[in-house]
Design a protein around this ligand. Structure first.
Ligand code: ADP
Length: 366
């Protein structure tokens, strides 16, 4: 069992740009932390530095309280699961799982005990005598997990382990890895570019962009209280809608954009909350589910739009409309059926609107 602490960790490949830029993070013992962000944001590099597969350019890395910058990977007591599970094709599942222990000269009885324990946890006991080619993708990934479990590492590291699986299997394996975490009670650090994976699996999520950590928080806090526009847009599917404009006073408070002197009026009840933002350029963010065809409260903001496209999802409907050349997404219950091409009033939940600074993109807490 171990905590993992990154202090001012930097990685530069060319001596100039930091692929990972001054990352500070404390992963608690037994915690499941997910590093998420778009491709190239530095999440794999961060994980590989924790594994010892990549040299740390600057900063300190602690595992279980010990500084490990110069400790080779095999002595860090960690195990890594990759996207490519790389099983030995000529070996049985049992031998694949036992291989690492044999190399480390474990006794046969100890090996058998550990392999059977891992196989039991993963529900693959009946596959132990099979060769990898006789396994499905999900089963292979389970064997790859088993290979790490037998080592009883202090920390598990996962680098996009589900990327090679089809969508349905990914969902299944995602819950299995979460269950595995509950059973093993071991620190786990998991890298993915998929925000749904991050939201569903992580105790806490680290959102990265351009080598920088943007926010570290629980899934629900990231969703409700993003610190900046990037986090707000990255977490949530369909993504948050954004529109740039100015809050102006003209007998009442309204929102002005390039082409609309009054895109919508704010209800009197929210005027006081927005006073500080008057005459300020802001980006407003609104989640698709906070747009509806009927007012939900006296704080609902009315806007008139033309429905562009409708997508019937069965249990709900997405509809799209264009404002200032930007496509907006709304998500409503399937009890309402809007009509494509129709001009209609929609309502934004003003209490749910987020305001972002147009220069820093940071959220403005009004
Ligand atoms: P992610 O895992 O978030 O997709 P990476 O950690 O793989 O991102 O990469 C972060 C940045 O570092 C990217 O700009 C990538 O091009 C660069 N990078 C990664 N590995 C190397 C390498 N071996 N040599 C040079 N640049 C690299």
């Amino acid at each position: 069992m171990a905590d993992v602490v990154l202090k001012n960790i930097c990685k530069s490949y060319d001596g100039k740009i930091n692929a990972v830029d001054n990352v500070n993070l404390e992963v608690k013992d037994k915690e499941f932390v997910v590093l998420v962000g778009p491709s190239g944001c530095g999440k794999s590099t961060t994980l590989r530095m924790i594994a010892g597969l990549e040299e740390i350019t600057k900063g300190e890395l602690y595992i279980g309280g010990n500084i490990v910058n110069n400790v080779p990977p095999k002595d860090r007591d960690i195990a890594m699961v990759f996207q490519n599970y790389a099983l030995y094709p000529h070996m049985t599942v049992y031998d694949n799982m036992a291989f690492g222990l044999k190399l480390r000269k474990f006794k046969k009885t100890e090996i058998a005990e550990r392999v059977n324990y891992a196989a039991n946890i993963l529900g693959i006991e009946e596959l132990l005598s099979r060769k990898p080619k006789a396994l499905s993708g999900g089963q292979r990934q389970r064997v790859a997990l088993g290979r790490t479990i037998v080592r009883k590492p202090k920390v598990f590291l996962f680098d996009e382990p589900l990327s090679n699986l089809d969508a349905k299997l990914r969902v299944q394996m995602r819950t299995e890895i979460s269950k595995l975490h509950n059973k093993l009670q071991t620190t786990m650090i998991y890298v993915t570019h998929d925000q749904t994976e991050a939201m569903t699996m992580g105790d806490r999520i680290v959102i990265m962009k351009d080598g920088l950590v943007n926010q570290v928080d629980t899934p629900i806090n990231l969703y409700n209280n993003p610190t900046n526009k990037f986090v707000a847009g990255f977490i949530g599917s369909p993504a948050m809608n954004f529109i740039h404009g100015k809050i102006v006073w003209n007998n009442e408070l309204s929102f002005k954009t390039n082409n609309y002197p009054e895109l919508f009026k704010f209800p009197n009840s929210v005027n006081r909350d927005l006073k500080a933002l008057e005459n300020k350029d802001v980006i407003i963010g609104i989640r698709p589910e906070d747009i509806s065809l009927e007012p939900k409260s006296e704080k609902s903001v009315k806007m008139t739009i033309t429905i562009d496209v409708i997508e019937q999802m069965g249990n709900e409907i997405f509809f799209y409309f264009i404002v200032e050349g930007i496509q907006f997404t709304a998500r409503i219950p399937s009890t309402h059926l809007p009509v494509e091409g129709e001009k209609t009033d929609i309502y934004l939940e003003s209490g749910k609107l987020k305001y972002f600074d147009t220069i820093t993109n940071d959220v403005i807490n009004n």
